[in-house]
Design a binder for this molecule. Structure first.
Ligand code: FCB
Length: 473
């Protein structure tokens, strides 16, 4: 029996500027933190970078045609700050023109543009002035947001300020796994606050200018479960991961306060950092950060099971992987005594667990506990598998098609349990530059041959097209 999706449910796919555009130094664009980081020896697998990526900057008409062929109703993409305001300075009309052309192409194809302002590629010149650890960056971000709105406000309804601020703070400034590669607890804390403040201020500025826009943020969330719900150490391990990954962002956004238990935990590890961070948080900041939203985007890849007891044979945690044979610092400021439990679930090429039902529970819980009345969107969900290309260029990726079906079904389960989920964006439309992993990990429903830039719809893409056409699973 097939199960229909709600009438207005949006089916889409997602990408991000640095991962697909290429044309890294064309038409006035200057370096972002990722252009700089990819040149640091050992930062990225095979020393790869996004200079060319999928050459989407030049091939966007063909890519939009592919979206059309797949039947996508919405396309989530990000604008590059370094293209729009090179070095974080004056507006670059040529950069904005690219996004005008892209959005026009989407609208002509009847595809809803879903715009993200920051998907991790801050101008390197701003990083050199402190990056996200500096409060001055907040005004720069608002200016950038408004200049994108100047160009596209008449054509784009859905605006997302930040993609996954956990990654652009703790993974980038505390673990050093992502650009700019810093390893400081304080820097991660400051970055998280200035990312959130920039989000809040940008929402306020955009809403003041254009009250009818749909404004939101995208968070990467996990489902952190204790191995034994009756074991206090396991319960505490799950509390800490939930706190540092989910609540550190959900609480200020929806409740106007940072989670006190996590502040306390981090203080035990680095009291000086917590004091310096507290000095940087001004009382009115939380009002801006908790400005009401029109949408919450949730990126879900996997949940996790935690224990307070050492796990024989299991090392590290799924958030730390960067593809290099070297230890990385933990992105969790307070990590001591947390252990990840192997629970026998299938794993992807990223070594991430496959747990579709976790998505159902996450959507229901977040909707009820944090965002009643706020429409939810799965803004990313997808999988890397090692694709095998047939002689005729096709990819029979039944594993990815299965992942997609299972997670769409899990999303529908959440809707049926009362969660107000309005759409799903598969990550990613096409194979692309997967950050510290370079081109080694393929998430696309469209294959990209990086030698020829040829695109081929994988079997998973055909499966998605069938589901979208039927609007049922
Ligand atoms: C998310 C990122 C996205 C992509 C996927 C696999 O954390 O937002 O750019 O790298 O993971």
């Amino acid at each position: 029996m097939t199960r229909p999706f709600p009438e207005k449910f949006l089916f889409g796919a997602a990408t991000a500027a640095y991962q697909i555009e290429g044309a890294a130094f064309e038409d006035g664009r200057t370096a972002s933190v990722w252009d700089a980081f990819t040149r640091v020896p050992g930062a990225v697998v095979n020393a790869e970078n996004g200079d060319v990526a999928c050459d989407h900057y030049h091939r966007y008409p063909q890519d939009v045609a592919l979206m059309k062929q797949l039947g996508l109703q919405a396309y989530r993409f990000s604008t590059s700050w370094s293209r729009v305001r090179p070095d974080g300075g004056a507006v670059n009309e040529q950069g904005l023109d690219f996004y005008k052309r892209l959005v026009d192409e989407l609208l002509d194809a009847d595809i809803v543009p879903w715009l993200t302002l920051h998907h991790w590629d801050m101008p390197q010149a701003l990083e050199e002035r402190g990056g996200w650890t500096s409060r001055a960056v907040v005004d720069r971000f608002v200016e950038y947001a408004l200049s994108v709105h100047d160009a596209l406000g008449d054509r784009v309804q859905h605006w997302t300020t930040m993609n996954e601020p956990w990654c652009s703070s703790f993974l980038s400034y505390t673990a050093g796994v992502h650009a700019p590669g810093r390893t400081s607890i304080l820097d991660g804390l400051l970055a998280s606050h200035h990312l959130l403040l920039s989000h809040g201020r940008a929402v306020q500025a955009l809403r003041e200018r254009a009250p009818g826009l749909d404004l939101g943020i995208t968070l990467n969330l996990t489902l952190a479960e204790p191995a034994d719900p009756d074991d206090p150490l396991d319960v505490d391990a799950a509390r800490r991961i939930d706190g540092q990954f989910n609540r550190w962002f959900l609480d200020p956004i929806f409740r106007g306060a940072y989670p006190a238990d996590i502040v306390r935990d981090i203080r035990e590890v680095d009291a000086e950092a917590v004091s310096a961070w507290q000095d940087a948080v001004q009382p009115e900041d939380l009002d801006a950060i908790s400005t009401p939203l029109d949408a919450l985007g949730i990126n879900y890849y996997h949940g996790e099971m935690l224990s307070g007891h050492p796990q024989p044979g299991v090392e590290g945690n799924p958030h730390e992987t960067d593809g290099q044979e070297r230890p990385t610092a933990s992105p969790f400021p307070s990590h001591e005594g947390i252990h990840w439990v192997e629970r026998g679930l299938p794993r992807t090429d990223m070594d991430w667990e496959v747990q579709p039902e976790g998505l159902t529970r996450l959507l229901v819980q977040v909707g009820e506990e944090y965002a009643p009345g706020v429409p939810l969107y799965v803004t990313e969900n997808g999988v890397a598998y090692d694709d095998v290309v047939e002689a005729d260029g096709t990819v029979a990726d039944e594993d990815r098609a299965g992942f997609l079906r299972d997670h769409l079904a899990a999303t529908l389960d959440a809707v049926e349990q009362g969660a107000d989920v309005r759409g799903y964006f598969y990550w990613s439309l096409m194979d692309n530059f997967e950050w510290a992993w370079g081109y080694a990990k393929r998430f696309g429903i469209v294959r990209v041959d990086y030698d020829t830039q040829e695109r081929t719809i994988k079997d998973s893409g055909r499966e998605y097209a069938r589901i979208i056409a039927a609007r049922a699973i």
